[in-house]
Each structure stands twice: as C-alpha cells, then as structure tokens.
Design a protein around this ligand. Structure first.
Ligand SMILES: Nc1ncnc2c1ncn2[C@@H]1O[C@H](COP(=O)(O)OP(=O)(O)OP(=O)(O)O)[C@@H](O)[C@H]1O
Ligand SMILES: [Mg+2]
Length: 315
C-alpha cells in the first residue's frame, strides 16, 4: 500500500531563498507524524505544496499514491488542512463556511449541513454556528480551522501549528480531538513549536532545518541520543571525583550530598554506576534520573554552534 505522504527531493526557491532544498520523507498510513523545525525551515511551504497552494520547482510529492500536481483532485480531496494563517470567508456565518467547503469537495447539500453541525460540535463551538469568523475569539478561530479541516472527513489531517497561542485548556481539548481521530484511523501530520506536544502525541517526528530533513525517528529514540543526568545521593559524599570507570559516563561532578553524573542514555548506565560506587565503598541512598528532553535534542540538531554563540552574545 502507498504511504499517506511521500516526499522525494522536493525543491522550492523564492528568489535567493531556498525554502525547500531536497526535502524527502514518508508518512505511513495511520501514523501520527510530527514535522519539527525552526522558523523558516520550510514546513509551511511543504504543506502548501501538498494542498496545491504552492508549485514546487522540483522533486515529487504524493498523497496516498496520488501526485499532488498530476492527480491534484484525488490528492486534495483526501486532505483536511488547518493552516497556520487564518484564511476564512469572514462575512458568512461559520456553519455556512463549512457547508460551502464540504460542497466544494463534492458533498451533497443535506449531508454538508449535517457534517458542518457535527464538525462544530466536535470542536465545541456549535453554539457559535451563526456567528461570523471575525467575531470569534482567537481560540475559537483555531477551533474553527480544525472544524473546517474535518468537514470533508479527510484521510489525512494536516495541522500547521494548531495550538499556537491557545490556552492550556483548549490545547488539551484539541489534543483529545486529534488523538481520537488518529485512533479511528486518520493519518495526522502536525507541525508545532511546542516540542513537548510532539513528544506526547507523535509516533514519529521529522526534524527539518533549512529545507531538508535532518532526522526521522520516534521521540523516544531521539531522547535517548541526548545526555541524561543522574543525581546520586550518598551517605558518605566524596571530597573529589571518585576513582571509578563506567561506560557511557561523560562527566562526574561532586555535590554536597553526592554526585551529579552526566551520561548518554542514563537508564543503561545506572546499574553499572551503582555497582561501581558500592564497590568503591560508597553507600547509595537515592538515585534520580533526569532524561534528556526532545526539546534539548531538537535544539542541538537544528542550531549550529556558531549561531548559538551569536544568540548568547545578543542576550
Ligand atoms: N511567498 C513567499 N515569498 C517569499 N519567501 C517565502 C514565501 N513563503 C515562504 N518564504 C520563505 O521560505 C522560507 C520557508 O518558509 P516557511 O513558511 O515554509 O517556514 P516554516 O518552517 O513554516 O516556518 P515557521 O515555523 O515560522 O512557520 C522562509 O525563509 C520564508 O521567508
Ligand atoms: Mg510555518
């Protein structure tokens, strides 16, 4: 079976700016997939190519096996998009906007009205159905964009920063809705700058930078590449770094109540570390492991050393 999304060597330039510079990756059917990258990495450009809003310069993009240009209609009808920027007919009641949208994608009028009502209920703004888009609050606008993406019952739901600037409660509501849709079989492509959100929701993430994919992996796999910290509380803390050798440990630091140990993959060094400490005569009272977050790994992968230094100078 064809994957939900296949991107191969996609290229797009705006003048001198290479928005996409050989972007390639695949999203399997049914996956909850995250597309992460700093501002300007090319995420929205990629999404706009998938839905036919931007014409690529080179490479191929397919949705469920349909080429996004040659089989535009087939590809587009399978996608529901909640875009990063608001682009809504402002002058109609929002339920009408949804009915038009469904109609445009070939849904008959009676069914379109039903679907519009259902989508508004799903995102919790059914009581606002007769209001214009302009008169919704910021959070309601985000909800509405999700409803509009859902009204065509898409196989692939694309969410471009759906929770930017929304409150904690709404973020959790939106998570619940999209997790349910994914559990029911909808493939999801999510971009977000809340790395924690990707960590919590996504089966796999692609980290992109400067128009290319740097890495594709599960959040857990990526975290295991970061450095973890193990805080060991000892009954008899040492005066200086103890004379022990443990594979995987990068650094030992003496603290008032024990040791702070930095390691790659903290879970696996812990048994060896404890054994070595006890063999060297230390009594371990407590062990606290703080794993690297996806955010730390993400920052390491997407910000070259030089730029990071420049930012420090600016601060
Ligand atoms: N219509 C356009 N005209 C000129 N340049 C553009 C246009 N659209 C995008 N770009 C440029 O292409 C690059 C990629 O932009 P894009 O919007 O795809 O990034 P993004 O990863 O979505 O970023 P963000 O996280 O800020 O949303 C940027 O340098 C941007 O300025
Ligand atoms: Mg964007």
């Amino acid at each position: 079976m064809e994957p939900a999304i296949r991107a191969d060597d996609l290229r797009k330039s705006y003048g001198d700016v290479r928005a996409l510079d050989g972007l390639s990756f695949e999203v399997e059917r049914g996956e909850f997939f995250g597309l992460l990258g700093p501002n300007g990495a090319g995420k929205t450009t990629f999404i706009n190519i998938l839905v036919g809003l931007v014409r690529k310069d080179g490479g191929t993009a397919e949705v469920f096996g349909f080429d996004v240009e040659e089989d535009y209609r087939e590809a587009r009808d399978r996608i529901g998009l909640a875009p990063q920027e608001f682009n809504v007919d402002r002058f109609f009641p929002i339920h009408e906007v949804l009915e038009h949208k469904a109609g445009y994608h070939g849904v008959p009028p009676a069914e379109a009205a039903e679907r519009a009502a259902e989508a508004l209920k799903t995102v919790g703004i059914y009581d606002k159905r007769d209001t214009r888009f302009d008169w919704l609050s910021g959070g309601m606008k985000r909800r509405f964009l999700l409803a509009r993406a859902l009204v065509t019952d898409p196989d692939l739901l694309i969410l471009d920063e759906p929770t930017a600037g929304v409150d904690v409660q709404l973020r959790r509501d939106l998570w619940r809705v999209i997790e349910r849709l994914n559990a029911e079989g909808t493939t999801i492509l999510l971009t977000t700058h809340y790395i924690e959100e990707a960590e919590r929701l996504c089966d796999r993430v692609a980290i992109c930078d400067s128009g290319r994919v740097v890495e594709v992996a599960t959040p857990d796999d990526l975290r295991s590449r970061g450095t973890d910290q193990l805080h060991v509380t000892l009954a008899n803390p040492p005066e200086s770094v103890p004379d022990i050798t443990v594979d995987g440990v990068v650094e030992y630091r003496v603290e008032d109540d024990g040791l702070l140990v930095t390691a790659g993959g903290g879970r696996s060094v812990a048994p060896d570390l404890l054994r070595e400490l006890e063999a060297a005569g230390y009594e371990v009272l407590d062990l606290d492991i703080r794993r690297a977050s996806l955010e730390e790994v993400f920052v390491d992968m997407t910000r070259p050393g030089e730029e990071a230094e420049q930012l420090e100078v600016l601060q």
